[in-house]
Ligand binder design. Structure first.
Ligand code: ATP
Length: 748
């Protein structure tokens, strides 16, 4: 009791300090804001503008530059002060979550309080709170009382940890205080994991586990691969790692230099609050699909990855055949044949497009090809294409002059509007100093204008290498390598299948060598098991200067491709972390879901109890009534996020139609949905990736039949934190039939 009172007194004192700082910062911020306002309104008053002589122009330029720099500096400062004020508001509510007493060898004991951000005393001399990312704080995650050490940039500090204490502080009051012995953080972790799932992911800084800490703080490796079981905190580790990197490299690394690839738009928003909660800006975030779409320029419609999945979920002869084609096209051997094809193009086979203007061929495919192969063979394709581009532009320039004299130009001049005539008139006046109108000058100007305008799109095309027919070359490659192929069939008839998109883009990238994303220095790929080796090869081409953190679980692979993570980056040195402890679900759920897998010895359930998963056999007629009952019961148990996860989009839509009249808070999620709320959510299996719910109901257990459904079924079952119910209309689900019967309750 007395300890607790002492600690509460300290909390009160710290909050007092926080408030003082906050008042000062707000005042300071208001001053800077005023400055910014003044600088903006008076911008031109403080700049000397004189454009008469060259010297004056330079001076004016300098003056504008200075003023703009001053404004930029103030705005940055205001942004920083905003960030501090924001952090202080959080500290006012909950200043810290941990304390360790550490006695460095040969030194006095020191109490170190650890929170989301650091706080100094009023003289800026002593740390009242240490940032969780500071070197000394790492001991909090790595050790229990006893011998302990930590690394600073210069040395390793050895000593003894005498106390490790966890706090739960809310609204300035200590609600829980636990001294940790051998079991690290179990009580707080129990409490956190026992709570409700949220529509947005939360930070885990107060309870990061030792293995996760190693991932978060690894700054020595260029490639980290995290293979972690469902719910082991891969996404959490990734996000706290981003916060850590931003702290560790705060002078040189900014949020814009970090990119996270996530599985779908819903996931983007699901994780979007974690970094702001930690006082950091969000990294760049994109889905792989959206990212490749932005690179895609061929004029074919493309199939989305989810449409591809839906097609495969139909399970018929053509989907069987397609699975094989997809496997082929995502493999590294496919990439090798593509590389061979590309090296062959150095000698022959490049396909170009004619350069046509007004139905007249200015350059033919053959002429461009001849020029291309007239360059030395040791010049790369990309460099030759650059030279060809310049050559074509110079030809256009020559042709442009001749074009001005043509009859169509005169006709178009007549159609020009008033503004253009006015412009030509002014131009003519400038040229003729006497102010005497010169109709010829004016006419010549107008004709020049018409041709230039007409040529603009052509020039733009040339600048973006439109004269290189990459699509035709891709088709040629498909023809020679996969004669009987649905991708070839589709591409020729105007649609590109998803499995062809990345090989096509890879070809484009290798030929044109367009600039990579050099500013991105760290890439995080969540759900990495769904990326094929070919996808990685492509990404590595595009992000040449980046370090990589790949997070995945082979047991949750839902996209079809050839190899799994073990071959990713196979020729590079990587540190691989295996996370075996699952945190998300109750012990009962994890024990059941593990038994759905063939290879499950890697999964350690977290010791938190709940009811066993329930499997109900229902007949067609009563299925809806039972589903409604199950959902009602889940609501009455107090679950706040309840997901009904159907196998496909069409099944979720059907489910929605049926349930909508019975519940007033049911939402349907589809491919483009970017947010979900608390309540009842109906969602197709593959969109539930990475997300979690208090309760999961699977209304169509019998739909998972084939061996390749195993991972999808496992993925949907592992979304449940506290309750899992599976309804099935026949007992044909081989995974349930193969599961240990003691791990679930079966209701006939
Ligand atoms: N150290 C921790 N402290 C508190 N909660 C944790 C910790 N690690 C993981 N969790 C919780 O466990 C749940 C699962 O975490 P997360 O989603 O990061 O796992 P994952 O490995 O990415 O899961 P999956 O692959 O199944 O999508 C989340 O609720 C997360 O907050």
């Amino acid at each position: 009791m007395q300890e607790r009172q002492e600690e509460q007194k300290r909390v009160d004192r710290i909050i007092h300090e926080v408030i003082k700082k906050q008042v000062a910062y707000i005042e300071n911020r208001d001053h800077v804001q005023k400055d910014v306002k003044q600088l903006k309104t008076g911008f031109w008053d403080d700049v000397t503008v004189n454009l008469e002589e060259m010297d004056d122009v330079i001076e004016t330029f300098q003056s504008v530059k200075q003023q703009a720099e001053l404004l930029g500096e103030r705005e940055r400062r205001m942004g920083m002060l905003d960030q501090y004020v924001n952090i202080l508001s959080k500290q006012k509510d909950s200043p810290y979550f941990g304390r360790i007493d550490f006695k460095e060898d040969g030194e006095e004991k020191e109490s170190i309080y650890i929170g989301v951000a650091s706080l100094m005393d009023e003289n800026d001399e002593q740390f009242l709170i240490y940032d969780w990312r500071s070197p000394v704080a790492s001991m909090y995650y790595d050790y229990t009382p006893g011998k302990a050490k930590y690394d600073t940039p210069y040395e390793t500090i050895m000593g003894e940890m005498l106390l490790k204490r966890q706090f739960i502080i809310k609204k300035g009051k200590i609600e829980g205080l636990f001294d940790t012995g051998l079991t690290i953080g179990d009580s707080v972790l129990q409490e956190v994991l026992g709570g409700h799932a949220n529509a947005q992911m939360k930070s885990i800084v107060a309870t990061i586990q030792k293995q996760q800490n190693a991932i978060i703080r690894n700054v020595k490796d260029d490639l980290i691969i995290v293979q972690g079981v469902a719910g082991s905190g891969k996404t959490s580790a990734a996000l706290q790692r981003i916060a850590y990197l931003l702290y560790h490299y705060r002078k040189s690394l900014h949020a814009e230099n970090i990119m996270l690839f996530s599985p779908n738009p819903l996931f983007n928003s699901y994780v979007s609050q974690v970094l702001p909660e930690l006082g950091e800006k969000n990294m760049k975030q994109d889905t792989f699909w959206h990212f490749i779409q932005s690179k895609y320029d061929a004029k074919l419609t493309i199939e989305t990855p989810l449409d591809q999945l839906e097609f495969l979920l139909q399970e018929n002869d053509s989907s069987e055949k397609r699975v094989q084609e997809i496997e082929n096209k995502s493999s590294l051997s496919y990439k090798s044949s593509m590389d061979q094809y590309i090296s062959h193009l150095l000698i022959e086979g490049m396909i170009f497009r004619d350069i046509t203007f007004h139905n007249e061929k200015w350059l033919t495919v053959d002429e461009i090809g001849e020029k291309f192969y007239s360059y030395e063979s040791n010049i790369s394709i990309a460099n030759r294409l650059q030279l060809i581009q310049e050559w074509i532009l110079s030809i256009i320039k020559k042709k442009e002059k001749a074009e001005r004299k043509k009859a169509w130009v005169e006709n178009e001049v007549e159609l020009l509007d008033k503004e253009d005539y006015l412009q030509a008139y002014k131009k003519a006046q400038q040229i003729d100093n006497d102010g005497f109108m010169q109709p010829e000058v004016e006419q010549a100007y107008l004709m020049k204008m018409v041709v230039k305008r007409r040529l603009k799109p052509l020039r733009k095309q040339i600048k973006s290498f439109y004269f290189v027919d990459i699509l035709a070359m891709y088709v040629e490659f498909l023809r020679t390598s996969n004669k009987d192929d649905s991708g070839l069939e589709a591409t020729v008839s105007g649609d590109m299948l998803y499995e062809d998109v990345v090989p096509y883009l890879y070809l484009k990238q290798q030929l044109l060598k367009e600039d990579g994303h050099t500013s991105v220095r760290h890439i995080f790929i969540d759900e990495a098991q769904d990326y094929s080796p070919f996808h990685f090869a492509y990404l590595k081409e595009l992000f040449p200067h980046s370090k990589w953190t790949l997070l995945g679980d082979v047991n949750q692979t839902i996209h079809f491709h050839a190899d799994n993570q073990s071959v990713l980056f196979s020729n590079e040195k990587a540190t691989v972390y295996q996370l075996r402890q699952s945190y998300r679900s109750t012990k009962e759920i994890t024990t059941f879901t593990s038994s759905l897998l063939l290879n499950n010895e890697d999964i350690i359930p977290f010791n938190r109890s709940g009811e066993k998963p329930v499997i109900k056999n229902v007949d067609e007629k009563e299925a809806l009534t039972i589903l409604i009952d199950v959902v009602r019961r889940s609501v009455s148990l107090g679950h706040e996020t309840i997901a009904i996860i159907a196998r496909s989009a069409s099944q979720s839509e059907e489910c929605y139609r049926q349930l909508f009249p019975h519940f007033n808070n049911v939402n349907l999620i589809h491919q483009k949905t970017t947010e979900f709320q608390k309540g009842i959510t109906i969602i197709p299996s593959y969109l539930a990736k990475g997300i979690e719910f208090d309760a999961v109901v699977i209304p169509d257990g019998e739909q998972y039949k084939k061996e390749r459904d195993r991972f999808l079924f496992y993925t949907v079952c592992t979304r449940a934190m506290h309750q899992l119910v599976i309804l099935q209309k026949s007992q044909t689900n081989p995974f349930i039939n193969g599961a240990n019967v003691h791990t679930y309750e079966s209701i006939l």
